[in-house]
Write a protein that binds this ligand. Structure first.
Ligand SMILES: NC(=O)c1ccc[n+]([C@@H]2O[C@H](COP(=O)([O-])OP(=O)(O)OC[C@H]3O[C@@H](n4cnc5c(N)ncnc54)[C@H](OP(=O)(O)O)[C@@H]3O)[C@@H](O)[C@H]2O)c1
Length: 329
């Protein structure tokens, strides 16, 4: 059994805890919160033997093997380093860090300590994503010439503070744009040229961001993220033999794959095994538990290099669009 702790009692931590219960070789043993009240509220819904009212107490718990870092991305660097310093393996939420420098430090620390560390890019472990990769790799779409992705929603009130707070590295690009970047790079690889523009919210962080990737072979990716418009949240991969659409929400387990070999009315559903369990976090939690059981220090699926390249691309997008955080100074 791999013994899991969760750092931070926010909304994603709740979904992850629910899914962890489905993983046969994982056991949820400890929760850590900055407040006793929060930790107890969490433990009421997700009973757990160890309830800690500080992150320091959580990381010092000898009963914990691996910690899921579920704090805002502004704090992933600090909290991941805290876990690693105390000998804990880490699964860290996306965006992995605020910038490439932080990501490099986190990965170097894991290597120095011989500890497992992975970015929680859950999409990479979902059945529809795996099918998207095998479908495109086997040439069904022919030569891929463009990828078009949008992800947008108007947050419900009360609006979660972290979305627009510069201190918490708010804004669309690190929160949701990261999925657009991830899918585009999964298909076309690292872009040769990047252009990006944003519209700032009142707090200065991007409330909309438009990104263009260009490739030497002529391919392009157009990515759009928004906190002020409900968008279809679909992804289209266009090739010389047709189009593959990842239906809404393209990054999540409910997405389906539609192949259009010709015009709009030529739709064919692409079948794949879809054992939908829980919220979809089961797959990454199972993968990490399996890696730890095998004694791995790095995931062979979501590698350190994958994360570092993505952070470099995100840095360049932010630089082109004029999105700066304190951690960049
Ligand atoms: N994979 C996914 O599908 C997915 C979905 C949503 C979000 N995320 C990612 O998960 C992370 C957390 O998102 P969330 O929506 O769960 O956020 P959230 O609801 O605001 O929760 C974040 C938690 O982090 C802890 N925290 C530590 N330092 C904090 C600080 N200075 N300010 C605020 N909270 C702080 C708090 O827990 P305590 O008070 O208990 O310590 C808080 O409840 C983000 O990086 C986000 O991008 C991933």
């Amino acid at each position: 059994m791999i013994r899991w702790g969760i750092l931070g009692c926010g909304s994603i931590a709740r979904k992850f805890a629910a899914d962890l219960a489905l993983v046969k070789n994982a056991k949820f043993v400890a929760i850590g919160s900055r407040s006793k009240e929060n930790a107890q509220l969490f433990a009421k819904d997700f009973p757990v033997p160890h309830i800690h009212d500080s992150y320091e107490a959580l990381v010092a718990n000898p009963e914990v093997d691996v910690i899921y870092v579920a704090s805002p991305h502004s704090h992933h660097h600090e909290h991941t380093l805290l876990c690693l310093e105390h000998g804990k393996a880490v699964l860290c939420e996306k965006a992995f860090a605020v910038n490439h420098r932080q990501a490099k430090e986190m990965i170097s620390a894991a290597k120095e300590k011989h500890l497992f560390l992975m970015e929680a890019m859950w999409t990479k472990f979902l059945p529809h994503y795996e099918k998207m990769i095998s479908f495109t790799n086997s040439g069904n779409l022919g030569e891929i010439n463009s990828v078009l992705i949008n992800f947008g929603f108007r947050p419900r009130t009360p609006v979660p503070a972290r979305l627009f707070d510069p201190e918490l590295a708010g804004g669309t690009i690190l929160d949701i744009g990261v999925y657009n970047v991830f899918i585009a790079m999964s298909i076309l690889g690292r872009p040769d040229e990047i252009d990006a523009h944003m519209k700032p919210a009142g707090t200065g962080v991007d409330e909309q961001c438009s990104v263009l990737f260009r490739y030497k072979n002529g391919a392009m990716a157009q990515l759009f993220s928004s906190f002020i418009a409900h968008l279809p949240t679909e992804a289209d991969i266009n090739g010389s033999n047709g189009r593959l659409r990842l239906t809404s929400r393209f990054y999540a387990p409910e997405s389906t794959l539609e192949f259009y070999p010709d015009r709009m009315d030529s739709k064919q559903l692409v079948p794949f095994d879809k054992p939908l369990e829980g919220w979809g976090y089961y797959y990454e939690a199972k993968h990490v538990s399996d890696c730890l059981q095998k004694g791995l220090k790095e995931s062979p699926v979501m590698t350190h290099e994958n994360t570092l390249v993505m952070m470099q691309v995100l840095d360049e997008i932010r630089q082109k669009a004029g999105i700066r955080y304190e951690a960049d100074l």
